[in-house]
Design a protein around this ligand. Structure first.
Ligand SMILES: CC(C)(COP(=O)(O)OP(=O)(O)OC[C@H]1O[C@@H](n2cnc3c(N)ncnc32)[C@H](O)[C@@H]1OP(=O)(O)O)[C@@H](O)C(=O)NCCC(=O)NCCS
Length: 135
């Protein structure tokens, strides 16, 4: 799919460097990581590219049963508020449905309530625990 020069792909191969560059631009505390072990466990993931640049990403994890989880939804700051985030999340929803998942979960900070509601999610109470910081 190509709208405004931004192309979405499913399960497209991508390098650690590409993801680190995107995450470092969008997440202030980002530290470089290795993503092979993460993505090999994924149900799927969606990438958005403008020319060759990775400008958007979302990872879809699963328990292997009925549940899937959106993780690391990210759009490069230079490309935000153009609908790319909604497009990658919508593509992830379509893929999770195609894989036969029943539930799709996501957690997020309160200011993104409208973003995820706009993608079709309803709010629910949820718990989150940082296992090394303890909160
Ligand atoms: C959250 C994020 C992925 C949204 O991507 P995006 O491409 O800018 O989002 P979209 O353009 O599709 O936004 C669609 C709508 O969601 C809402 N929205 C998007 N970003 C928002 C924000 N930061 N604050 C409040 N509402 C927001 C708006 O209603 C927006 O529509 P509008 O631009 O017409 O007002 C992006 O801001 C990002 O990468 N942020 C940093 C990382 C992060 O916090 N990720 C979330 C992990 S849970």
């Amino acid at each position: 799919v190509r709208i405004d020069g931004v192309a979405l792909s499913v399960r497209q191969s991508l390098t650690d460097r590409e993801l680190d560059t995107l995450f470092a631009a969008a997440w202030p505390d980002h530290r470089p990581r290795q993503y092979g072990p993460v993505l090999q466990r994924s149900l799927t993931w969606i990438t958005a590219r403008a020319a060759d640049q990775l400008v958007g990403f979302v990872n879809v994890a699963t328990d292997g049963g009925a549940h899937a989880f959106l993780l690391d939804t990210t759009v490069h700051p230079d490309w935000q508020r153009r609908g790319i985030g909604r497009r990658v999340v919508t593509a992830a929803i379509t893929e999770a449905r195609m894989y036969g998942m029943t539930w799709l979960h996501v957690d997020y900070e309160p200011h993104l309530n409208n973003f995820y509601r706009g993608c079709g999610f309803r709010s629910t109470d949820a718990g989150l625990l940082h296992l090394t910081r303890g909160q």
